[in-house]
Design a protein. Structure first.
Length: 98
């Protein structure tokens, strides 16, 4: 059939390529728990322990910024001062422990 011949052609094209492609994996999005944990940690630090965040004005997150496409923050977390990239996965380099 046509479908099988297309698949065989695609497989032979892939296997016959001389140089392997080196691409990096895209970062996985945060899970609901990761987002909850980040927000709850900031809530505990800022509200319960009264720790003042030390971000520059241009580093503070605003839900109306164009790069943020997520929903509004829950009312409990609406007044928190967050870094402008708090929701971006993979922004920190992984630590290698030996």
């Amino acid at each position: 059939t046509i479908k099988t011949s297309i698949m065989m052609c695609a497989c032979s094209t892939i296997s016959s390529s001389a140089a392997p492609l080196t691409t990096t994996k895209p970062t996985r999005p945060y899970t609901e728990y990761n987002i909850f944990f980040q927000l709850e940690r900031e809530y505990i630090l800022q509200v319960l322990l009264a720790v003042e965040p030390t971000y520059e004005p241009h580093e503070i997150f605003h839900p109306s910024q164009p790069s943020y496409r997520g929903p509004n923050l829950p009312p409990r977390y609406a007044e928190l001062v967050l870094p402008n990239d708090w929701y971006v996965p993979g922004k920190e380099k992984r630590r290698k422990r030996r």
